[in-house]
Design a protein around this ligand. Structure first.
Ligand code: CTP
Ligand code: CA
Length: 224
């Protein structure tokens, strides 16, 4: 039950973690996607299992072995992720949105492969907004349910993070700085965990499991 001195402080809890990055298809062979590997989401899943939780992982396009002891629901697009996350969230004590969800998707899906001979020059791709899953979770949450977001920011990382935390109505927002060779596809991460009550925890660069454990510490404290 115990691991590295940690107690099973999530025993009896159900947590949902989204991981990876959504892909928004243009045609049967092309998509708009992002660089999320799923490493941070899977580290969250593994550490939650180790702390005694029942864990549901909603995984978008993750090429990693399933985290042992977790239920994995595989999805592709943001719409599919929304459906799976909302369904799992119904019975969840906490939901952590570690996935990179595409903000936009192509307005049209073409059943047949788009051919370059179709148009004189490259045709523009029209995009429409995807649903904001985290904001929806913030709106429909049950009393006592803890909602956690992730944000990769550039420029004024902390100010952007505080704004986003308020906008999304979540309890915690894990903010990391992105840039060349930072975060994506790497086993380590550095971040600041911002809380809606004004608190913040600085997490030095280290394994994604270490950041995951800080997130669960913060979640467990709020579950009471
Ligand atoms: N998120 C979500 N649904 C979306 C977009 C984002 O649930 N359609 C979640 C992500 O999983 C993450 C958090 O919201 O936990 C922040 O994502 P981010 O892309 O940083 O936020 P956005 O509101 O999309 O803002 P930005 O314009 O900076 O991309
Ligand atoms: Ca976004």
């Amino acid at each position: 039950l115990a691991r590295g001195g940690l107690e099973a402080d999530l025993a009896g809890r159900h947590v949902v973690v989204s991981a990876g990055g959504t892909r928004e298809p243009l045609d049967p062979v092309r998509f708009i996607g992002n660089r999320s590997s799923g490493l941070q989401g899977y580290a969250l899943a593994r550490t939650a299992v180790a702390r005694g939780a029942r864990v549901t992982v909603v995984a978008a396009n993750v090429a990693l072995p399933d985290p042992a002891g977790a239920d994995v629901v595989a999805v592709g697009t943001a719409e599919e992720m929304r459906k799976a996350v909302l369904e799992a969230a119904g019975s969840a004590d906490a939901v952590v949105m570690a996935a990179a969800v595409a903000d936009f998707r192509p307005a049209d899906y073409r059943e047949s492969k788009i051919k370059k001979s179709e148009t004189a020059g490259p045709a523009p791709i029209e995009l429409v907004r995807n649903p904001d899953i985290l904001a929806e979770l913030g709106r429909i949450r049950r009393p006592g349910q803890v909602i956690v977001g992730f944000a990769a920011e550039t420029d004024d990382v902390l100010a952007n993070g505080r704004d986003k935390l308020a906008r999304k109505g979540c309890d915690l927002l894990v903010v990391n700085q992105v840039g060349p060779d930072l975060t994506f596809g790497r086993p380590d991460n550095a971040a600041v965990v911002l809380a809606a009550d004004g608190a913040s925890v600085q997490v030095p660069r280290g394994p994604k499991e270490a950041l995951a454990d800080v997130v669960w510490d913060q979640v467990a404290a709020r579950l009471g």
